[in-house]
Design a protein around this ligand. Structure first.
Ligand code: NAP
Ligand code: G4F
Length: 325
């Protein structure tokens, strides 16, 4: 019998890539989405998947909606990707971020314990939980947490609740502690897509400049299509555990900018980039870099797409969107 998966956050960046992987593996895929007056299926359409998903309406802050959905579907695997995932916005909407990212996870776990205790659960945890902490510039599963934003703090709560339902009730729950992963489906507010979209607009004559914040921050950037494989692998193991997932390499925002302008054939990026204090954060995470040895050893997972190829893929996709090649 085909396995059944429920993905929350199906309309975001990772949801469609994960759905694509599960559909290729013959899963029946349910996707949880909020109720909209005008839903946006652009990312699922981009991968040609909209008609292959069974949509269910619910909201992470509406516990009863989650209880009903879990009771009816009783999925083999539940991937919780839904979140208010924009770090920058989490200072302005700290309560909402907490309700979705922290309490939403408690509600899901409680629904599983009550109606579907054999479901395997994936929680989208994040390198933002490490914040300021690193040992020699790396973070792994043993690195303590020091989150720097309401987003990071909400995800620490969800991380520990996921561990606690495993330890208290024997649920099969895993935290994937994923470092930044990007793609042409990345939301436009995140710095990588903001840069590639901005570069394409400049190339197409639709914009004169690109306003950015801190160019010195360093991130361990990989490709979302690679990272959803790690999510799936975690739920196929005989025992649940928590895994750091990243490339092991990092680059500054400025390096991303330089490459993006280069791939779009626009000389002298400094002529276009404006440092704008509006995009600086009250507290920054200066450097993230994964040590993903556990994922490599136990899951056999390794990032495939290089930084250069990722930047090129995103620039090309945005140039195509604006017909600017
Ligand atoms: P994303 O593009 O922002 O997608 C998040 C999805 O969650 C959106 O489709 C959003 O729906 C949905 N959502 C938000 N609030 C909801 C609510 N109250 N109820 C139901 N759905 C809700 O994020 P992503 O990049 O795919 O990331 C997936 C997950 O991984 C997130 O939990 C994120 O925090 C985590 N993560 C991401 C990264 C990364 O680098 N991408 C790294 C580590 C962890 P709408 O379409 O309605 O807004
Ligand atoms: O692209 P960002 O907004 O991603 P950030 O804050 O690292 O968070 C992403 O990755 C996390 C995993 O580590 C996820 F959990 C989270 O959900 C999200 O997907 O910013 C990256 C860096 C930051 O240091 C930021 O200060 O870029 C810097 N930056 C500089 N100028 C900017 C800008 N970020 C944004 N969004 N916009 C700017 O203009």
């Amino acid at each position: 019998m085909a396995k059944v998966a429920l993905i929350t956050g199906i309309l975001g960046q990772d949801g469609p890539y994960l759905a694509e992987l599960l559909l290729k593996n013959d899963y029946k895929v349910y996707g949880l989405m909020r109720r909209y007056s005008n839903p946006n299926f652009e990312n699922l359409d981009y991968l040609g998947l909209t008609n292959k998903i069974e949509f269910v309406e619910g909201d992470l802050i509406d516990e009863a909606s989650l209880m009903n959905i879990v009771k009816i579907i009783q999925p083999d695997e539940l991937y919780n990707l839904a979140a208010q995932s924009f770090v920058g916005g989490s200072w302005h909407q700290a309560k909402l971020t907490t309700e979705i990212n922290a309490f939403g996870v408690l509600y899901l776990l409680h629904a599983l314990k009550t109606f579907s205790p054999t479901t395997r659960f994936y929680q989208a945890s994040t390198s933002e939980m490490f914040g300021l902490q690193h040992v020699g510039g790396y973070q792994d599963e043993t690195t303590p947490f020091h989150p720097r934003s309401p987003y990071g703090i909400s995800k620490v709560y969800a991380y520990w609740m996921t561990v606690n339902f495993r330890e208290s009730y024997g649920l099969f729950t895993c935290n994937g502690i994923l470092f930044n992963h990007e793609s042409p489906l990345r939301g436009i507010q995140f710095v990588t897509r903001k840069i590639t979209d901005g570069v394409a607009r400049i190339k197409a004559g639709l914009a004169k400049d690109l306003h950015l914040g801190n160019l010195e921050a360093k991130r361990d950037w990989g490709f979302a299509g690679d990272y959803v494989e790690a999510m799936h692998l975690m739920l196929q193991k005989s025992k649940p555990s928590d895994y750091v997932v990243g490339t092991g390499d990092n680059h500054s925002v400025q390096e991303f900018v330089e490459l993006a302008f280069k791939y779009a054939d626009i000389p002298d990026w400094k002529k276009y980039v404006v440092i704008d204090p509006r995009f600086k954060r009250p507290a920054e995470v200066p450097v993230l870099r994964a040590k993903a040895a556990k994922a490599e050893k136990i899951l056999g997972w390794k990032a495939k797409l290089s930084f250069d190829k990722l930047v090129k893929m995103m620039v090309d996709a945005d140039l195509k969107r604006y017909n600017a090649k």
